[in-house]
Design a protein around this ligand. Structure first.
Ligand code: TYD
Length: 335
C-alpha cells in the first residue's frame, strides 16, 4: 500500500486534505506529523482517528528525529502543510515563522534527499507574489513578499526550488489563494467574523475594507494539492486559486446578513494592518492544463461555511478562549 506523509495535518487545510485522501484514495495510507501548536487541533480529525489507514505522530518538522520517526520504513510522498500562517501574528512575532516555514522546510528537504523519497510537495501561498495592483500572478513571475509571513514562505519556496536545481530533489510547489471552509482556526477573516457575529460581537475591518482576496474553498484547495501531487511535473510551481475576487467589505456584508446582524451596529473600522497588501490574484491556467478546476460555487460555499460554524459551535467555542483571547487583546485592543 502507498503511504504519504502529511505534515501539519491537524491544521485547517491539512486536515481537510487528509479527509479527502482517505475518502477518495482507498489504496493509500496517511501518516500525519504535527507539532500541535495553537492551530493544530486534534478535533479537526476526530472522525478519522479510528481509521486503520491513518496514523498520527506528534513532532516538529524542525526536528530531524521526529521527521525520521514519521517516515519510518519509508513513504511515497511528503506533503508539507506545516507552517505558521497568520500574517498578523507574523507582525507580532516573526521568528516562529522563520523557524517553521524556512528551517522546517529545509529539514524535510534533507530527509527527502537522504531517504530518496519520490515526491515532495510544498504547500505555499499566493502571498509570496506580493501586492498585485492589476493582472494576475503567474508561476514564472518574480516573488516580492512584503510581510514576515510571506517572506518566510518565499524563503521556503526558494529553498525547495534550489534543491531541485542543485540536487534534482523531486519537488513540487502549490501556491494557493485565500482559503475558507470548515475547521479554519477563528483568527482568519472569515471564521473570526462568523464566530464574532454569531456571538453578537463586532467585527474589526482593517482600513477601508477595499482590499481584494481571491477566495478558494478548502475542498477545492485540497483537491488541487492532490492533483498536483499526482499529476504535476517535478520542479514546477502551480497556482491554485478560486477565481472569486472579493473585497473584504463585500465578504463582511454577506457574513453580517447571513448571521442576521447589521453593518451599522456590528462593523468596526479599525487601524489598517501595517504593510497591508491590497490585492492578490493568480493565473491558474497551469493547474487547469493538468486537469484541475475549482468546483465549489463561492456564494454557496460561503453560505455552507456559515452554516457549518453555526452547527459546530462545540468545535470553535473552546478555541476562543485562553491563548486566543490573549492574542485577540494584543492584536485588536489598541486599534
Ligand atoms: P486573513 O484572513 O488574515 O488572510 P491574509 O491576510 O493572509 O490574506 O485576512 C484576509 C483579509 O481580511 C486581509 O485583507 C486582512 C483582512 N482582515 C480584516 O480586515 N480584519 C481582520 O480582523 C482580519 C483577521 C483580516
Amino acid at each position: 500500500m502507498m503511504r504519504w506523509l502529511v505534515t501539519g495535518g491537524l491544521g485547517f487545510i491539512g486536515s481537510n486534505f487528509i479527509r479527502l485522501v482517505l475518502r477518495e484514495r482507498p489504496d493509500l495510507q496517511i501518516v500525519n506529523l504535527d507539532a500541535m501548536t495553537y492551530a493544530g487541533n486534534p478535533a479537526n480529525l476526530r472522525d478519522v482517528e479510528g481509521d486503520s489507514r491513518y496514523a498520527f505522530v506528534h513532532g516538529d518538522i524542525c526536528d530531524p528525529a521526529a521527521v525520521a520517526r514519521a517516515i519510518g520504513e519509508g513513504v511515497d510522498a511528503i506533503v508539507n502543510f506545516a507552517a505558521e500562517t497568520h500574517v498578523d501574528r507574523s507582525i507580532l512575532d516573526p521568528e516562529a515563522f522563520l523557524r517553521t516555514d524556512i528551517l522546517g522546510t529545509h529539514v524535510l528537504l534533507e530527509a527527502v534527499r537522504e531517504r530518496e523519497i519520490p515526491r515532495f510537495l510544498q504547500v505555499s501561498t499566493d502571498e509570496v507574489y506580493g501586492d498585485v495592483s492589476e493582472g494576475e500572478s503567474s508561476e514564472s513571475d518574480p516573488i516580492r513578499p512584503r510581510s514576515p509571513y510571506s517572506a518566510s514562505k518565499a524563503g521556503g519556496d526558494l529553498q525547495v526550488l534550489a534543491y531541485w536545481t542543485t540536487f534534482k530533489t523531486p519537488v513540487l510547489i502549490t501556491r494557493g489563494s485565500n482559503t475558507y471552509g470548515p475547521y479554519q482556526y477563528p483568527e482568519k477573516l472569515i471564521p473570526l467574523f462568523v464566530t464574532n457575529l454569531l456571538d453578537d460581537q463586532q467585527v474589526p475591518v482593517y482600513g477601508d475594507g477595499m482590499q481584494i482576496r481571491d477566495w478558494l474553498h478548502v475542498e477545492d484547495h485540497a483537491r488541487g494539492i492532490m492533483h498536483v501531487l499526482e499529476r504535476g511535473e517535478l520542479g514546477n510551481v502551480y497556482n491554485i486559486g478560486g477565481g472569486n475576487p472579493r473585497t473584504n467589505i463585500e465578504i463582511t456584508r454577506i457574513l453580517v446578513n447571513d448571521c442576521g446582524r447589521s453593518m451599522e451596529t456590528h462593523v468596526k473600522h479599525v487601524v489598517d494592518r501595517p504593510g497591508h497588501d491590497r490585492r492578490y490574484a493568480v493565473d491558474t491556467a497551469k493547474a487547469r492544463a493538468i486537469g484541475w478546476t475549482p468546483r465549489v460555487d463561492f456564494e454557496q460555499g460561503l453560505r455552507d461555511t456559515v452554516a457549518w460554524y453555526r452547527e459546530n459551535e462545540p468545535w470553535w467555542r473552546p478555541l476562543k478562549s485562553g491563548e486566543f483571547l490573549d492574542y485577540y487583546k494584543r492584536q485588536y485592543a489598541h486599534r
